[in-house]
Write a protein that binds this ligand. Structure first.
Ligand code: EPU
Length: 420
């Protein structure tokens, strides 16, 4: 298992190219199950979660190859409708195959994803939505067993805005008989990316980008070439990496519009931005101001940037709060940040951050993807040497993170280790 050694205290300056979005890729790749043919998905990030998704599709009979940032998938040979535990336990987003499998093949057996490092993550909305479309759902030996002769369009209202449930139901409804309406649909850019790809494949969807999606089922879909979105969470992480070291950065290949909430918060904290086309420049020359952040579904401040925001606020002069309304227990980064000298209290779904204390290098342990990113950021700001253990969490979602940080002037080294 690898670890990172970081010598902190260096100002990051330079340009970095942002990779394709992990979460959009994990939404659009399973839609290859909806049609036989050859798909080419450009701007796919070369990260562990994509390898896992490719292996899962491979186990179902598809052929996947990642060449640079282009994922090639031949779905002609799909002949198994099962997502085994060995894949699902590595990556919850494996559940995204459920909707496409039931819609096209009338059956699916998908391992239940179970818990997550940062708390419970139910899938009741996915299952209720499929039942409304006419699927019979049972749970046997830790597996979801879904069957349907043919799905039928239905009116589906989600109690909570859910990215994954919207994606799964949307992918199922495109091949259902009749019209499906999804209300309180998630409006994250990753959901719209999936909807746009489905339309390219021949689906009939209106209301893309809004909380009401109307889908008129079609008999069949066809394979396409598609360009993935830039990763807005990777982009936010690099903006914060520069800000936490009072540096200067240019992000290339981003969609600035998707980063509106993050940019607004960073501006409140004193960061200066210049946005030109798909590039964002950001500079911060003094400690940030302490600014509260509360996570919310898009276009609100993303839960996937909460941990990184907590790290940034450690360098602010004063106290502030970070509240996570999406995942109230997503604070596993906090005990590890304390090891670097941070002063943070957690009460219910809120971290109270007392910034301005000097941070000093230490050994810390990654527990999940964004918590790990937060530790890296804090280590970049800390004086002296830090070790970040279990970086496989980072490898799931950040492409070449150490190379990109090094290019900006960070001292970061990957070391192979036997530690667990
Ligand atoms: N929820 C339910 N029931 C459900 C589904 C969700 O109660 O059936 C609740 C969740 O517990 C949560 C809220 O609804 O409180 C929103 O969860 P959502 O379903 O939107 O999350 P997800 O689809 O499982 C995706 C991202 C996450 C990101 C969340 C929220 C992917 C592969 N994952 O998860 O990304 O945090 O949306 O934006 O798209 C990450 O990249 O680090 C990550 C965890």
């Amino acid at each position: 298992m690898d670890k990172f050694i970081i010598e902190g205290g260096r100002r990051l300056v330079g340009a970095v190219r942002i990779s394709g979005s992990k979460n959009a890729a994990l939404a659009i790749i399973p839609s290859v199950l909806l049609a036989p043919g050859v798909f080419r998905l450009r701007n796919t990030p070369n990260i562990r979660d994509i390898w896992t998704m490719s292996r899962l599709l491979g186990a179902m009979g598809a052929h996947c190859e990642l060449n640079g940032s282009e994922l090639f998938v031949d779905s002609n040979g799909v002949n198994s409708f099962e997502a085994p535990y060995e894949h699902v336990k590595k990556m919850r987003a494996s559940i995204n195959v459920l909707g496409p499998l039931v819609a096209r093949f009338g059956r699916a057996k998908v391992s239940l994803p179970g818990g997550c490092a940062f708390g419970p993550r139910p899938i009741d909305l996915h299952l209720k939505g499929l039942e409304k479309l006419g699927a019979e759902i049972g749970i046997e030996n830790g597996y979801i067993i879904a069957n349907a002769q043919r799905l039928r369009g239905a009116r589906i209202h989600f109690d909570i805005s859910s990215v994954g449930a919207t994606e799964n139901i949307l992918s199922a409804a495109v091949l259902a008989d009749g019209v499906t309406t999804i209300t309180n649909a998630a409006i994250e850019p990753e959901v719209s990316a999936l909807a746009k790809m489905l339309v390219k494949m021949g689906a009939k969807i209106s209301g893309i980008g809004t909380a009401t999606l109307e889908i008129e089922g079609v008999k069949e879909l066809h394979a396409v070439e598609e360009e993935n979105l830039p990763d807005r969470i990777e982009a936010a992480t690099f903006l914060i990496a520069a800000a936490i070291t009072q540096g200067k950065i240019v992000l290339e290949n981003v969609n600035p519009y998707h980063l509106t909430a993050v940019i607004a918060k960073m501006e409140e904290a004193g960061c200066e931005f210049d946005v030109t086309g798909p590039n964002i420049s950001m500079e911060l020359n003094q400690p940030p101001k302490p600014i509260d952040a509360t996570t919310a579904p898009y276009p609100g401040f993303p839960t996937d940037v909460q941990a990184q925001w907590v790290a940034l606020m450690l360098t602010a002069q004063g106290s502030c709060r970070a509240t996570d309304t999406i995942y109230p227990t997503r604070f596993h980064h906090v005990p590890e940040l304390l090891r670097l000298g941070a002063h943070i209290e957690v009460a219910d779904n809120t971290a109270i951050i007392h910034g301005g204390r000097p941070l000093s290098g230490a050994s810390v342990m990654s527990s999940d993807l964004r918590a790990s990113a937060s530790l890296i950021l804090a280590a970049l700001a800390a004086q002296g040497r830090s070790e970040i253990l279990r970086v496989y969490h980072l490898d799931r979602g950040y492409e070449n993170i150490e190379k990109k940080l090094e290019q900006l002037g960070a001292s970061i080294q990957r070391v192979k280790t036997e530690d667990f």
